[in-house]
Design a protein around this ligand. Structure first.
Ligand code: NAP
Length: 341
């Protein structure tokens, strides 16, 4: 049997329950994975409360009862036709897209072979399960801001939200690429950011951003949409770009409906875009949205094999105690929360 965690209706705190069904058979290109660990990300807690119901609803990903979870680490039980790179018994980790097929908060999941990577034998499943979704989103943000291995060495990069999951993975990636990173950190977290490779750190506060120099090549906002325009004022004239993961796209449509959401989104985007272009005419401005990305997974798998990427796990609980993991994330407690089915 397969046991799956579901949110029965939109609520805060999340209304969670378990349901059971026979084990599914993997179709062509699919892999059946026995889940050893799956993480609870901030987006899961928001979606459990109904966040994103309009836009994610277009993908069938907002209908309650809702199965959540994008990250998976586990053991291959069976493979479908046309699966060539992965075999039963192997340890794997990877991603489920946000869609109608359900989530990874379950004992077993079907995953596309293309979104799985073989895990190192000795790797802890919980440590692996906290990485794919956050790393992929961080990677997409770097790329959409114009940063890649070929141009990152010496680039001046400002990371807002450097103490969070995306922020700390960005510090780890940018250290590998040789960028010069300034990290805006949560209170008392500057030392950690330095240890992850930030050259300069500032604690967040009302004047923290405005006090920084305005010569950054890239700005990454993983913290607060309200800071997006003042962050743009820190770009240098030759800047490559700015990317934010904390844009109001989904919230605008939830709050204002289709027309109101579209108008508000256009206004919000244009406002910061204008601030970016005023500082740096050739800079890109991007609102990052998570989606599985095979290049990101390849970079992650390489880094994992070399022991280069990690996020601390703050809580690991069985599926039956999932409410504690959701509460951990909702409260913003330190370390990622992991479910161990
Ligand atoms: N668009 C997408 O597809 C996508 C995908 C993944 C994540 N996200 C979003 O991106 C953000 C970062 O993700 P994450 O996993 O890194 O989250 P996280 O681990 O919770 O980290 C968020 C960081 O931002 C800081 N922060 C929160 N509110 C802030 C504020 N008002 N002003 C300044 N700093 C603030 C937090 O500091 P404290 O610890 O002090 O609160 C923390 O360091 C989250 O909001 C997440 O929902 C979006």
């Amino acid at each position: 049997m397969r046991h799956e965690l579901i949110c029965s209706e939109p609520a805060t705190p999340a209304r969670l329950t378990l349901r059971s069904a026979p084990l599914p058979q993997p179709g062509s290109g699919e892999v059946l994975v026995r889940v050893q660990a799956s993480s609870v990300n901030p987006i899961d807690v928001k979606r459990a409360a109904g966040y994103g119901r309009r836009l994610l609803g277009l993908k069938g990903a907002a209908r309650f009862p809702l199965a959540l979870g994008n990250d998976v680490a586990g053991l291959v039980v069976a493979v479908g036709a046309d699966v060539t790179g992965i075999a039963a018994g192997q340890r794997v980790f990877g991603l489920l897209p946000t869609g109608r097929a359900g989530g990874a908060h379950a004992t077993h999941v079907l995953v596309s072979e293309q979104l799985l990577r073989v895990a190192p034998e000795e790797a802890d499943p919980a440590a692996l399960a906290v990485l794919p979704y956050s790393f992929t989103t961080m990677w997409l943000a770097l790329r959409s801001a114009g940063l890649k291995a070929a141009n990152a060495r010496g680039a001046r990069v400002l990371v807002h939200g450097a103490s969070g999951g995306l922020g700390s993975l960005a510090l780890q990636q940018l250290r590998l690429w040789g960028s010069q990173v300034t990290a805006i950190c949560a209170k008392g977290r500057r030392e950690e950011a330095r240890a992850l490779g930030a050259q300069l750190t500032v604690e967040r506060g009302p004047l923290a951003i405005a006090s920084l120099p305005s010569d950054f090549d890239v700005v990454l906002n993983f913290a607060n949409w309200d800071d997006d325009d003042v962050l743009a004022s820190r770009l240098g004239p030759q800047a490559l770009g700015q990317a934010t993961t904390v844009h109001p796209l989904l919230a605008n449509f939830d709050r204002l409906g289709w027309l109101g959401g579209m108008l508000a989104t256009r206004r919000d985007r244009r406002c910061v875009q204008a601030a970016v272009v005023a500082r740096a005419p050739r800079a890109r401005y991007s609102w990052t949205l998570f989606k599985p990305d095979r290049a990101a997974l390849d970079a992650l798998a390489l880094g994992v094999n070399l022991g280069r990427f990690r996020l601390p796990v703050g809580l690991a609980v069985p599926l039956t105690e999932a409410h504690a993991a959701f509460a951990h994330v909702a409260a913003g407690l330190s370390g990622r929360a992991v479910l161990l089915p």
